[in-house]
Design a protein around this ligand. Structure first.
Ligand code: SF4
Length: 89
């Protein structure tokens, strides 16, 4: 029992050893946030700020990148003419 508690303790110590930086505002709501001694760290990345520098963090559980799709209007008359002409050539 004491071994398990010690193992759990050592697992959390990695966050306070200095390598991990605290999460940033954009990480709010993410499932990978761990709270250790009133500070909050990311389970996955040492520096959460770096993951958000170029856009949305690809491991975020609370935010997904927005996919922009362009809708193209097709004129049915022109489309049928185009299809008919395609067969002639
Ligand atoms: S996975 Fe990304 S969004 Fe989630 S806490 Fe870590 S850095 Fe923040």
């Amino acid at each position: 029992m004491a071994k398990a508690a010690a193992a759990a303790q050592s697992g959390l110590e990695k966050y306070t050893s200095g390598g991990f930086k605290t999460v940033i505002e954009q990480c709010e709501g993410c499932g990978r946030v761990v709270e250790v001694e009133t500070n909050r760290y990311c389970q996955t990345f040492l520096s959460p700020e770096a993951k958000w520098r170029l856009g949305i963090c690809n491991f975020a559980t609370h935010a997904k990148p927005e996919v922009i799709t362009a809708s193209v209007k097709v004129n049915p008359l022109k489309a049928s003419k185009r299809a008919a002409n395609k067969g002639k050539k």
